[in-house]
Design a protein around this ligand. Structure first.
Ligand SMILES: Cc1ncc(COP(=O)(O)O)c(C=O)c1O
Length: 391
């Protein structure tokens, strides 16, 4: 007799990670791969943070559990960050330290939604939102966005939904498009959620990685929203697996119980490093300058390879391009690009199951030399592709 396996665990494969695995395998086999598939800074945590970790391991190797919702000192530092960075005052009973933003999503969704609740989100969007919602028995309601709507859900688009929703996830800057909601658009989305009693979850992971003006936290407009953030992107500590949420205190209290029973505590060494990383934002800001330069190069060079419809990137380290005039099978296109010129980029189908076969996401979190070399390879290859198609 067949043994049971849950239906809820039957979620889509995360193709970005699949592409990363394949590219890594080929690299190990000797291929000169340029990685533009993964969303992680090529420079890790600033060196003083690493030095601090080494020192701690030498002097206090025990590394026991911390409080389930994180070290008080780190929560206080995050409170300070909101004060200094956004002029927003929050309290430590709003902060939970999680295992990445990913852990924050899990706790947030579990805390505020019931099974069967409907949660809206933009397509294209970060695929894990949809996958985690499904695994928890929630229903994702996709709001189809395009280049014309800046790949962001607006209050107008929300008004057009033909079903009632319990929650809404937004991300500004977004993954995969790097587009942002303007302060007015963000305010309008918040007001719509307040009016409808919709729980808003704001993924603010790419705050700090912003090239054009500042982006606002949703906390400026409401205390009912849940903010999810992480040390993975601006803070460049991807593999240390640490993030945080800011929630209304009654939500934090529930998260504490979930945290105790699900993970006991977030990783201790990573928390010590996170506390230190706030003192080295001058190093992190040089990374952001590099991403900005990389983006400028791509915006100039990609059109020469026929990649012209590029999202209006204001932050993050991704650009999203509609290449429907070149192919309607970007999965095959990206695999061919990897085979032919050893450049790894991601097909859009991960982010948008409807139109993603015409789009690609390019990560420019790597070195500028890599971006320049990738552009050269894509230009030569793109030229041959178009010639081959014409012939
Ligand atoms: C928009 C977005 N949210 C969340 C995550 C997950 O982040 P973390 O490493 O903090 O779990 C990612 C990772 O790429 C992301 O792009």
């Amino acid at each position: 007799m067949a043994h049971k396996i849950s239906k809820r665990s039957d979620i889509s494969v995360f193709r970005v990670l699949d592409f990363l695995r394949i590219a890594n395998e080929r690299e190990r086999a000797g291929d000169d791969i340029i990685h533009m598939e993964a969303g992680q800074p090529s420079d890790g945590a600033p060196w003083p943070v690493i030095a601090h970790a080494k020192h701690l391991l030498d002097t206090d190797p025990k590394m026991g559990y911390t409080e389930a919702t994180g070290m008080p000192a780190l929560k206080e530092r995050i409170v300070q960050w909101y004060h200094d960075h956004y002029s927003i005052d929050i309290t430590t009973d709003q902060v939970t330290i999680n295992i990445g933003a990913s852990g924050g999503f899990l706790f947030s969704f579990l805390t505020v939604f019931e099974e069967g609740d409907k949660v809206a989100l933009a397509a294209p969007g970060y695929p894990a939102y949809r996958n985690i919602l499904i695994a928890l028995g929630l229903k994702p309601v996709e709001i189809q966005t395009t280049d014309e709507t800046n790949y962001q859900p607006t209050a107008e688009l929300l008004e057009q939904l033909d079903e009632d929703i319990d929650g809404l996830i937004i991300a500004s800057p977004s993954n995969p498009a790097g587009t942002v909601l303007t302060p007015n658009e963000l305010k309008a989305v918040v007001e719509w959620c307040e009016k409808k009693g919709v729980r808003l979850i704001s993924d603010e992971l790419y705050h700090g990685v912003v090239f054009d003006g500042e982006v606002e936290s949703v906390l400026k407009y409401t205390n009912n929203a849940i903010v999810v953030n992480s040390f993975s992107k601006y803070f460049a500590m991807t593999g240390w697996r640490l993030g945080w949420t800011v929630t209304p205190p009654e939500v934090t209290a529930r998260m504490k119980c979930l945290a105790e029973s699900m993970f006991v505590a977030p990783p201790t060494l990573a928390q010590h490093m996170a506390l230190k990383v706030f003192d080295h934002t001058e190093i992190l800001d040089t990374y952001v300058q590099r991403y900005k330069k990389n983006l400028e190069i791509l915006k100039t060079e990609l059109p020469k390879a026929g990649i012209t419809k590029i999202s209006d990137v204001k932050g993050s380290f991704y650009l999203y391009a509609d290449i429907g005039h070149i192919t309607d099978n970007t999965e095959e296109y990206c695999m061919r690009m990897l085979d032919d010129i050893k450049v790894a980029v991601t097909p859009g189908i991960d982010f948008d199951t409807v139109h993603g076969n015409k789009t690609i996401r390019i990560s420019f979190a790597g070195s500028t030399d890599d971006v320049i070399e990738a552009c050269k390879r894509i230009q030569n290859w793109g030229h041959n592709q178009r010639k081959a198609n014409a012939g």
